[in-house]
Design a protein around this ligand. Structure first.
Ligand code: FE2
Length: 354
């Protein structure tokens, strides 16, 4: 039932707060329209335009376009519609911006409070301009390039076995950040050939190398890296021994049985997740391949097999949730990445200058 046809009933149900009687169009506006619309309508009525009929949406109705009138009602309809559209668009935009802001803030605050590693945080850590990665590139360029290669290997292997490729990549990027504290102790950064280990006792040499794990963890805490990323720093060497100083100690000792093996080995823990196990394997393979510089794919495969066998037989993968099938897939992924690295190139002929 249209209330405009029954002003008495409408007066009973919707009494004018000022005690007066409203025109039908005004009552409709009071029920449905906003403040701006009412002001505009009252303005028009003040100019002598009375009894403006309204459509169901509360705006001026079809009669407002009546060419017999002075044209102001059609202006009123256009103005009201514009106001409504602007109000709707404005509220929509505000609501969208607020939703995104609250969601992002929630991710950051909850992630920091409960040490939860969100994909958003991992993406932020993966950017090359992150202060820690930037410092690693400047202070330890050899380690930085080793890190990029390990990250590529780890990401591809994680994809193959259904592990988290982003976590594996980010963990690989940060696994050796501790080396930037004393980059000259690591062969990949000894560009001028100076090796400080030649002047060091084998035991001190091993301790200095192993120190990069504790230095890395301290840097990671200072830069608020999440727990799951810090795990890569702690687990990527497991309980492996530092081979060169240990062998030197055995050779130099009068009684090799007196050499304390534990003094040359990392404290662990061994890899606890698929991703940290992948980075342990990628780290070992990258170092071995770079040192051996294989001349053909068969030699490359032999190097990878040696590293895999060493990690399996020394028990480093015993606590990682990997199957033998996973290990085969990881090896295949590594082979594919290394083959891309050692792709053939033609030697460019020297072009005589004119
Ligand atoms: Fe390392």
């Amino acid at each position: 039932m249209d209330l405009r046809d029954h002003p008495e009933k409408d007066q009973q149900e919707h009494p004018d707060t000022q005690g007066g009687y409203r025109a039908p169009g005004q009552r409709q506006m009071a029920r449905r329209g906003g403040g701006d619309q009412a002001v505009l309508l009252e303005g028009l009525q003040g100019q002598g335009v009375q009894d403006i009929p309204l459509a169901d949406d509360g705006l001026a109705g079809p009669d407002s376009t009546d060419p017999g009138r002075d044209g102001l009602p059609s202006l009123a309809a256009g103005g009201l519609r514009r106001l409504q559209i602007q109000e709707t668009v404005g509220m929509g935009l505000l609501s969208g911006v607020l939703s995104v802001t609250v969601t992002l803030a929630g991710f950051v605050i909850l992630g920091a409070l409960f040490d939860v590693t969100t994909p958003l945080h991992l993406l932020e850590l993966a950017r090359p301009t992150h202060p820690l990665l930037h410092q690693l590139m400047l202070r330890a360029p050899g380690t930085y390039h080793h890190t990029l290669m390990v990250a590529n290997l780890a990401e591809q292997a994680a994809l193959r076995i259904g592990a988290d490729p982003l976590l594996a990549r980010v963990g690989a990027l940060y696994h050796d950040i501790g080396k930037m504290v004393r980059p000259d102790l690591f062969v990949e950064n000894q560009i001028d050939g100076d090796n400080p280990h030649e002047q060091m006792d084998p035991r001190a040499s091993a301790q200095a190398i192993m120190r990069h794990v504790e230095d890395g963890l301290a840097l990671a805490r200072r830069h608020r890296l999440p727990r799951r990323v810090r795990a890569f720093i702690q687990e990527h060497h497991g309980t492996l021994c530092v081979a060169i100083p240990y062998h030197r100690a055995l050779q130099e000792a009068e009684d090799p049985s007196q050499v304390e093996r534990a003094a040359f080995c990392y404290k662990g823990p061994r890899p606890q997740s698929k991703e940290t196990a992948i980075v342990m394997l990628a780290d070992g393979c990258e170092a071995a391949v770079r040192a051996a510089r294989p001349k053909d794919p068969q030699e490359l495969e032999r190097i990878l097999d040696r590293v895999f066998q060493d990690r399996i037989q020394s028990g480093q993968l015993d606590e990682a949730p990997l199957t033998m099938r996973d290990l085969q897939e990881i090896r295949a992924a590594f082979l594919q990445v290394f083959q891309g690295m050692f792709h053939p190139r033609l030697a460019y002929p020297e072009i005589p200058r004119p």
